[in-house]
Ligand binder design. Structure first.
Ligand code: SAM
Length: 266
């Protein structure tokens, strides 16, 4: 991940204000539970890839009762906050937090039953390689589970969102659903399934925009100043428009590592 893409501390504070403690993506623990709907994690070792501030790592351990969660991230500052959250919630013995760089994952082949990825692949350009690494660290029969922003239509609303992120020096690589699925399959995962969450996220984004103008307004202005607040509000508004005008979509996804593996193709 390039240095300009790192999550600025103040931005992280404000995103956490919107999304809830430990989260840099929408929906909090309820969304994590929905993403894992019907999956029993009580005997599972899970990799939270791009764990950010650790909100999902903790939700996976406390709410979904995963046996063990490894949180991995490329951002040392985010991981430090994940460490604090894991310690505060008394989950230290069932969580391992690992810092690394983008690219090959620092884990042995076949280490995990599930890999959870939420709002991370949009930062990755070489998507097929990213999913091939996930396949490598999954056990045979293991499952990739997650959620991601995708391009619904490369229209003016999507352009507005993508241009805004680029203007701000952030490096995102949004792809459409077909490209996403093709990259998952090119990475060697099978049985890809998707659940469209755009309607829920459009409403969620609308409510966030409303909250930035009401209950969160003063705290955001205190934190960011007037100009910073305007920039932050614009970010919320442009994303809402991208969702509501059919440019952006949010989708849950699942894909499996085949059960039958040749020893050489772990
Ligand atoms: C939008 S945040 C989402 C964090 C978390 N998954 C959540 O739902 O709150 C994206 C996170 O992915 C991390 N990240 C970006 N590229 C990554 C990569 N190649 N490998 C691991 N983490 C990455 C960032 O540092 C950041 O913490």
């Amino acid at each position: 991940m390039s240095s300009e893409n790192r999550y600025d501390r103040r931005n992280v504070d404000n995103m956490e204000m919107l999304y809830g403690r430990g989260f840099l993506s929408g929906g909090g623990p309820d969304e994590v539970a929905l993403i894992f709907d019907g999956i029993d994690l009580s005997d599972a070792e899970v990799l939270d890839l791009g764990c950010g501030l650790g909100g999902a790592t903790v939700a996976l351990l406390t709410r979904l009762e995963a046996k063990h969660v490894t949180g991995f991230d490329v951002d040392a500052g985010n991981l430090m906050r994940a460490e604090e959250l894991v310690a505060e919630t008394g989950m230290r013995s069932r969580a391992t937090l690992v810092e690394g760089t983008a690219g090959p994952l620092p884990f042995e082949a076949q280490s995990f039953d599930y890999v959870y990825v939420n709002a991370v692949s949009c930062h990755v350009e070489a998507l097929a390689d990213f999913f091939a690494e996930i396949r490598r660290v999954l056990r045979p029969g293991g499952v990739l589970v997650g959620s991601e922003w995708l391009v619904r239509e490369d229209n003016a609303a999507f352009r507005g969102w993508d241009d805004l992120l680029r203007e701000r020096g952030l490096s995102f690589h949004f792809v459409d659903t077909a490209t996403f699925v093709a990259a998952v399959e090119a990475g060697g995962l099978v049985d890809v399934s998707l659940v469209d969450r755009t309607a829920a996220f459009t409403e969620f984004s609308r409510v966030l925009l409303e909250r930035t103008d009401t209950e969160l307004h003063d705290a955001l202005v205190d934190s960011l100043g007037d100009d910073g607040f305007d920039a932050f509000r614009k970010w919320c508004e442009v994303r809402y428009v991208a969702l509501s005008d059919g440019g952006l979509l949010q989708s849950h996804f699942r894909a499996s590592k085949p059960n039958q593996e040749h020893a050489s193709s772990t």
